[in-house]
Design a protein. Structure first.
Length: 136
């Protein structure tokens, strides 16, 4: 069974894993995503929770339902998701990060010279890549 952290709803965490798969190129435009039943079984969660995660991606035009076939990444879906996530980052995350940088008195040079940690890809040996998280 997979671990979810309590600070965020499970469907949001599953949605993030799906988005990571699309942004990393594990699934390309036009590719089928794992079925709702497959994801629910793999993660030991209610299929309605998984459906909610997929619906959030349908709502922003990244994923489409194909009746009788499943969920697929839309044509241009990765680019649309990238644009959506960049916009969200700049409007929601960046102001908080910028304020923290200012509060800590960090300079641009210090930030650029800082030793970077590893980039977390969230790749796993699981069949859908949804069974592991970048954060553990």
């Amino acid at each position: 069974m997979d671990e979810f952290h309590a600070g965020q709803p499970i469907f949001v965490q599953i949605r993030q894993r799906l988005m990571d798969m699309i942004l990393r190129g594990s699934v390309a435009d036009g590719d089928a995503l794992p079925s709702i039943r497959q994801v629910a079984t793999e993660l030991s969660v209610n299929p309605l929770t998984v459906t909610r995660a997929f619906e959030a991606l349908v709502d922003i035009g990244v994923v489409e339902k194909r009746r009788g076939l499943g969920m697929y990444v839309t044509t241009g879906g990765r680019d649309a998701l990238l644009q959506h996530e960049r916009s969200r980052f700049l409007s929601e995350d960046w102001p908080r990060i910028r304020n923290q940088i200012a509060a800590l008195g960090l300079t641009a040079k210090e930030l650029l010279d800082a030793e970077p940690g590893p980039i977390m890809t969230g790749k796993s040996g699981g069949s859908t890549e949804l069974g592991s998280t970048a954060n553990g």
